[in-house]
Design a protein around this ligand. Structure first.
Ligand SMILES: Nc1nc2c(c(=O)[nH]1)N[C@H]1C(S)=C(S)[C@@H](COP(=O)(O)O)O[C@H]1N2
Ligand SMILES: [Mo]
Length: 443
């Protein structure tokens, strides 16, 4: 499985025949059909697109030029990943796997469906489920450095259970045009599990956090891909105020079970609403710093975006890169599954999903079934607790048979809204463009 798989948009532009083969490629190969599908976006036009979709497009007049129908997003074969169900594998070493949108339909993401983003290799003790040798050190800008066992964490502090959403900073990277290098996450590097643990703030206070502490630095027990034990895999952190928020946890349970080895057994940080990379797994040390942490993947361009919008290829001076903090407002359609057909006598359908907004609240979600010409407000739930994603649903009436797309667009409580297409950035972070699903209404 290649890391450099490109977005369909770019492939369509450069090589429409290959794009068609990718989008339609069926291993059984019905060659008669393939011929009529070739490069239709290059000129064969609407009739060919309708033929390829197997339905006419009632709202074709609203379709933006060059739009690649969501029905063409390639279907990947699910791989078998221990403890996981139906995830799409991006990489096996390190393991990177995302969840197809329709498998994220649950209000709380089950362990078997939570995405995995590893930068290195799972520690052996985690794989064996052995916490006996595990310690967490809190040091740096503290009066009273601590070394805690799992039993210390469980017994000396009050535990809390919260539903918290974690999203990789690179989620959505696959739909950047031109493509951005890195794992080609489509929409599935996000989840909202119930995490049990202690407040990071309680532990930092017990360590006698000093006024001089401004930033955290996290170190984990995972192993560098090179096998070199002196190399850190990743060591990120956040301003102290984020660590002191009551929703930032040191968690040892995920949905009522010990943390699965993929997710940081025995203990991980959960710093919700920020790039997932701040939620350090297999944590062994939290170093409080009197400056911005400069560990691996904190410096340079890692998890940073330019301070202003840039054109592809533009050079950005080093001092103009900013560390990503809260993730942007976003939504996902988890039902129906893209590509679904409605029942024969049924032109009304409930569409539903989740929405979240970094450290803000989602204020509204709107849906469209006519390529954005008209919008309908969805019913939106409040979160079960702060930093949980919010569920929404809408009933859509489709006026006639044909091909439709449903798009969802969330707006946060500061008026920030998801764009149709996100401005490009070199590292492919923060893509919160609207999620689209393809639907067919039969005659
Ligand atoms: N020690 C360690 N912590 C880590 C990582 C890692 O590779 N090593 N990956 C980070 C990244 S980039 C993300 S998006 C989240 C993913 O968490 P998950 O695998 O539990 O979904 O873990 C973060 N914590
Ligand atoms: Mo990530």
């Amino acid at each position: 499985m290649s890391k450099t798989e490109r977005g369909l948009f770019e492939i369509y532009r450069n090589d429409p025949e290959r794009a068609d083969a990718l989008a339609f490629g069926r291993r059984t190969g019905k060659s008669g059909h393939q011929a009529s599908r070739r490069g239709f976006l290059k000129g064969a036009g609407l009739a060919a697109m309708g033929a390829a979709l197997g339905a006419t497009i009632p709202f074709a007049r609203h379709m933006p030029g060059g739009l690649v129908p969501a029905a063409f997003a390639s279907e990947h074969e699910p791989f078998v990943i221990e403890g996981k169900d139906g995830l799409r594998l991006l990489n096996d070493r390190p393991l990177n796997a995302e969840t197809p949108a329709h498998l994220l339909d649950d209000a709380i993401t089950p362990n078997s469906r939570h995405f995995v983003r590893n930068n290195g290799l799972v520690p052996d003790a985690a794989r064996a489920g052995d916490a006996s040798g595990w310690k967490l050190v809190i040091d740096g800008e503290v009066d009273n450095p601590l070394s805690l066992s799992l039993a210390d964490l469980m017994n000396k502090f009050v535990s809390h259970t919260l539903a918290l959403q974690v999203e990789c900073g690179g989620n959505g990277r696959a739909s950047f045009d031109p493509p951005a290098k890195g794992n080609q996450w489509s929409t599935g590097a996000v989840g909202c599990a119930r995490w049990t643990g202690v407040r990071m703030a309680d532990v930092l206070r017990a360590a006698g956090i000093r006024e001089s502490a401004v930033y955290s630095g996290c170190y984990g027990n995972d192993r560098h891909l090179s096998g070199d034990a002196s190399k850190d895999v990743i060591s990120r952190g956040a301003p102290i105020w984020k660590m002191m928020e009551p929703h930032t946890l040191l968690a040892w349970q995920m949905n009522g079970e010990a943390l699965p080895h993929w997710h940081g057994f025995p203990v991980r940080i959960v710093a919700p609403g920020w790039p997932g990379s701040v939620s350090g797994k297999w944590v062994r040390r939290i170093w409080l710093r009197d400056q911005v942490h400069d560990g691996r993947k904190m410096t340079g361009k890692a998890y940073r975006t330019p301070a202003y919008p840039v054109a592809p290829g533009e050079k950005i001076p080093d001092e103009d890169w900013r560390i990503i903090q809260a993730m942007p407002v976003k939504s996902l359609i988890t039902y129906p599954r893209s590509g679904a057909a409605l029942g024969v006598d049924n032109r009304v359908m409930e569409v539903r999903g989740h929405a979240w907004a970094g450290d803000s609240l989602v204020a509204r979600v709107d849906v469209t079934h006519d390529f954005g010409a008209t919008w309908q407000r969805a019913e939106l739930d409040t979160p079960v607790n702060r930093y949980a994603w919010q569920n929404w649903r809408a009933r859509i009436r489709f006026p006639s048979k044909g091909y439709y797309e449903v798009w969802a667009r969330a707006t946060d409580d500061r008026g920030r809204m998801q764009p149709f297409a996100m401005a490009w950035n070199a590292k492919g972070y923060l893509n919160n463009s609207m999620h689209r699903v393809a639907l067919r209404v039969p005659s």
